[in-house]
Ligand binder design. Sequence first.
Ligand code: IPM
Ligand code: MN
Length: 359
Amino acid sequence: MADVKKIAVLPGDGIGPEVIAEAEKVLKKTEELFGYRFETERGLFGGIAIDQRGTPLPDDTLAICKKADAVLLGAVGGPKWDNNPKELRPETGLLGIRKALGLFSNIRPAVIFDCLKDASTLKPEVLDGTDLIVVRELTGGIYFGEKFRRETANGQEAVDTCVYNVKEVERIVRQGFEIARTRRKKLASVDKANVLETSRLWRETVNRIAPDYPDVELEHVLVDNCAMQLLRRPASFDVIVTENMFGDILSDEAAMLTGSIGMLSSASLGEGSFGLYEPVHGSAPDIAGTGAANPIATILSVALMFRLTFGYHEAADVIDNAVKAVLDAGHRTGDIAVDKSQAIGTTAMGDLIVGAMKK
Ligand code: IPM
Ligand code: MN
C-alpha cells in the first residue's frame, strides 16, 4: 500500500471552494487508478477566515499546513474585504503563509494550449511555440521590507524598502538554473541593474554562479525591456528568474499571453519537496456561486503537485492528458468558449476530466 500523503486544503473565497471541489474529485480518481492515498484536511484561509476567526491566517490553519506534505489553495479575496485595514485583508494572509512556510520560490508556467490560441489577444504567429516559466522570488524584496509613514513639510510621506541579501538571491537563481536545465536550457535573469542596488547585487550573484551551469544559456534582461520582449518574442523565453515585485508583474503579463488565465497553475516551493499549489487566477467574485468557474487551473495545480512534491509523474501525465482530451473534444467553460452559449459549468468540466483520466 502506498504511503499516505497529507494535503492541506484551503478553499478560500469566491470561486475557490467550487474549483477546489473539482480538484478533490481528481485526487479521488487518482487514488482509484493508482492506489495512492491522500488524506486531506481543510483549513480556513483568506476572507472567510477573517469573517469567522478575525484573522486571514488562523494559527490552526498554519498548523494544518505545517504537518502536511503539500497545500492546495483555491483563491482568496473579494470586494467585501477590500477596504479593511492591512491586518484584516486576505492578501496579508497570503504574504503571511508564504513567509511562515518558507516558500521563497513561485513557479508559474505560461503555456499556450494550441486549441485555445484564439483566446489570446496576440497574433497566433507571435505565440507559436510559447512555453515559458516565470520563477519569482516570493519572500523578500519590497513586499517584505520595512514600511512606514512619516510627517514631512510636504505632508505625509510613505516608505517601502527593498532589501535582498546574497543568500536569498542565490537560492532562487540556482532554482532558475536547475529548472532551465530540465527544459530548453535558457535562463533570462530579469533585473533593473541600471538603477537599483538590489538589482546590481542580483546580477553580480547570477554572474558568480553561472559558471556552475555551463550547459544553460544565460541572458540578463532589464525588467522594462522584458515586459516588451514578452509581447514581441514570447516563444524565445524558456525560464525567467526574477525578484518578487518584477515577478508579480511579469507573471501576470505572461499569463495573459495565453489568453486563458483560467488554465494556469502555480507552485510555491521552499527547501525540500514541500509546496503550495494554487491556480494563477483569483477568486473571481463576479462569478462566484454561479457554477461557471473554470476548474482546470486548479486541476492542473494538482498535476503540478504530483510532479514537484510527490514525484507521481505518471499520475500527473494522466491528469494533463485528460485535460487535453476534454479540450480537444471541444468542451469549454465560459472563460475560454468562443461560443458562450455552448459553455459548460464547473462541475460538468470537472466530471468530464475525471471521466477522461485513464492509465
Ligand atoms: C499574486 C498576487 C499577490 C501578490 C497579492 C494578492 C498579494 O497578486 O499572488 O501574484 O502580489 O503576490
Ligand atoms: Mn500577482
